[in-house]
Design a protein around this ligand. Structure first.
Ligand code: XMP
Length: 326
């Protein structure tokens, strides 16, 4: 019979056998799948695993800290955090086109990951065991979508952030290959991962970079982070997290509208709320959120976030709208 206990036991044994005394690395995105995969491999091989987390400066408020503190506390994993904010923001300078942004973010991510990987190998020195394995949080639906998968390092381009290069010479460890998302969450829970990680809603690899319509700058990211944190706080307080698939908060950086605050005229940017309900993100419907919750989010964002004077609600299904705006 299927139990999370059985799955964990079986995988731990298989991973130990596969890796032996060698070493493995795992890219963490902050999402559920990579976190659970890492925790499972950590349980099997302990310090033979090193996780790499690339902070591209496009994360939401508190996200990097969550990986650094909560995940490490729960698993005891060896973590390498790479602060790559400057690098990403420099590369994104002057770019507004969504596809171009995605390509740049994917490319920079690969470079940083490769650098981190070389450092890990160098740190081990010549006497160290080779780093031969790469842990991936591939789920069953990913395997089906990509046509069965062959177990070689041919990773889908949307995986984590923009995909890893196809010529990475690693053997893959994919302990979640037979599982669906809800099962992955159960395994994560059993492994003792905190609720905030296990029940996390989907968040795109390119992060807030594709939630700013217009050029991505540090100032705009900070502004969006504030607005997003308020929306998430109020949705959580209203007990709506499980009901909503996810709620992108989007900054229309190239749009301004006139408003009034106190005695003065304002000329600020709109923030879009995009709450959706969905089963698998392939299709989605806009969530009918209670008006009082929407009202509270709107009041708080316009009061607390400088330069934002309007909050609008996206009431488009997917199709025709995608969940993200870019
Ligand atoms: P769309 O916008 O295509 O999004 O309706 C569908 C789901 O995928 C997420 N998404 C991504 N996830 N890397 C990811 O890991 C990406 O580049 C990416 N783009 C979109 C989106 O948040 C939604 O859950």
């Amino acid at each position: 019979t299927w139990t999370t206990g059985n799955v964990i036991e079986e995988q731990v044994e298989a991973i130990r056998e596969q890796v032996g005394t060698k070493r493995a690395i795992c890219g963490l995105s902050g999402g559920v799948d990579s976190a659970v995969a890492a925790a499972l491999v950590q349980k099997a091989i302990g310090s033979q695993l090193t996780c790499v987390y690339v902070d591209h400066g496009l994360m939401r408020k508190g996200e990097t800290e969550q990986v650094e503190k909560d995940f490490v506390a729960a698993t005891g994993v060896q973590l390498k955090v790479v602060d790559a904010e400057d690098r990403f923001l420099t590369a994104l300078k002057g770019v507004s086109d969504p596809e171009e942004k995605r390509k740049i973010i994917g490319r920079e991510f690969i470079r940083v990951f490769e650098q981190a990987q070389a450092e890990i190998i160098a740190e081990a020195g010549e006497s160290g065991e080779p780093v031969e394995f790469l842990v991936q949080g591939t789920l069953y639906p990913d395997v089906v979508e990509s046509g069965g998968g062959t177990g070689t390092a041919n990773i889908k381009s949307h995986h984590n952030v923009g995909g890893l290069p196809e010529d990475l010479e690693f053997q893959l460890i994919e302990p979640l290959r037979k599982l669906f998302k809800d099962e992955v969450r159960m395994v994560g829970q059993e492994l003792g991962l905190p609720e905030e990680i296990v029940q996390r809603q989907p968040f795109p690899g390119p992060g807030l970079g594709i939630r700013i319509v217009g050029e991505v700058t540090k100032e705009r990211l900070d502004l969006l982070r504030e607005a997003d944190a308020i929306a998430r706080e109020e949705l959580t307080a209203a007990g709506l997290d499980r009901e909503i698939w996810q709620c992108p908060v989007v900054l229309l950086a190239d749009v301004r509208s006139v408003g009034v605050q106190g005695d003065g005229r304002t000329y600020g940017h709109p923030i879009v709320l995009r709450p959706v309900s969905s089963e698998d993100a392939m299709t989605a419907d806009w969530s009918r959120l209670p008006y009082d919750v929407l009202g509270k989010i709107s009041t708080r964002i316009t009061n607390e976030v400088r330069d934002v004077n309007r909050v609008v609600l996206d009431v488009t299904s997917k199709p025709p709208g995608t969940i993200e705006w870019e």
